[in-house]
Design a protein around this ligand. Structure first.
Ligand code: MG
Ligand code: MG
Length: 250
């Protein structure tokens, strides 16, 4: 495993990449509503990323055909935006966004409600967001990466939610996916966090069980029991004082 620790100069560029991602999320928050297609959301994201002199990191990544991942209800991650997916009242939609600015990547996902959602779905969104921030509290020099994962797992267990096992967080830099991989549950990972590491933390929690499968499009990941799933992610810089979230508005 080789982990590239970023200089302050590099982190400052990454903040600008993260700002572009945050701008897109701000627009998504307003644009997500009943009757909108996920292709329309993708077009809007592409426009904003380009207007800000960045490139959509996902577009063409291993052949992915869009700028955002748009995953509705039981879709966990990697949903492909489509003219045929029209948001309905009561849906939830996880939108994952990547932007590359001056060679560096920002990566952040959020799950949005469409209109009025059920109490179960509200709980799922609140708990998954809470698990992200519980994990982030441990993003500090000399802390164990395992404690980030453990904090996420503890929130998931408290709310009796499934934890997606096959996907997780990752280092971010000039590439979207760098070492280390970050599980969303305790593992025997002895990695000690150090200043300058930049890592995306991204819990994916389910209203049902842990298991997921990939649809025939070879991209869309869905829960095996078809129960709803949520996904919250920030790209974060480890400092001596704690987490510095890079995917937020400057
Ligand atoms: Mg992401
Ligand atoms: Mg990610």
């Amino acid at each position: 495993m080789s982990i590239h620790r970023k200089s302050r100069f590099e982190v400052n560029i990454m903040k600008q990449a993260g700002n572009v991602v945050a701008l897109v999320h701000a627009a998504m928050k307003d644009a997500v509503k009943e009757g909108v297609t996920t292709k329309e959301l993708d077009d809007l994201a592409y426009k904003i990323i380009k207007q800000n002199k960045a490139d959509p990191t996902f577009l063409g990544y291993h052949g992915f055909p869009a700028s955002i991942c748009a995953s509705v209800n039981e879709q966990v991650v990697h949903g492909i935006p489509s003219d045929n997916v029209i948001l309905k009242n009561g849906d939830i939609i996880s939108i994952d966004i990547g932007a590359t600015f001056k060679g560096f990547v920002g990566d952040s996902a959020w799950t949005y409600p469409v209109g009025e959602i059920s109490d179960d779905k509200k709980m799922l969104l609140e708990a998954t967001e809470k698990s992200l921030f519980a994990g982030l509290e441990f993003m500090k020099s000399n802390e164990r990466l395992e404690n980030v994962a453990g904090a996420i797992e503890d929130v998931a267990k408290k709310y009796n939610l499934g934890i997606v096992r096959q996907y997780g967080g990752h280092g971010v830099g000039r590439s979207m996916h760098e070492d280390p991989f970050v599980f969303n549950y305790r593992t025997n990972n002895g990695l000690i966090l150090q200043r300058g590491m930049v890592i995306a933390i991204e819990p994916m929690l389910n209203l049902g069980g842990d298991d997921v499968e990939v649809l025939e499009d070879d991209w869309t990941v869905v829960t095996a029991d078809k129960k709803p799933s949520a996904h919250f992610e920030h790209t974060v810089h480890v400092t001596d004082d704690g987490p510095e979230i890079l995917t937020k508005l400057l």
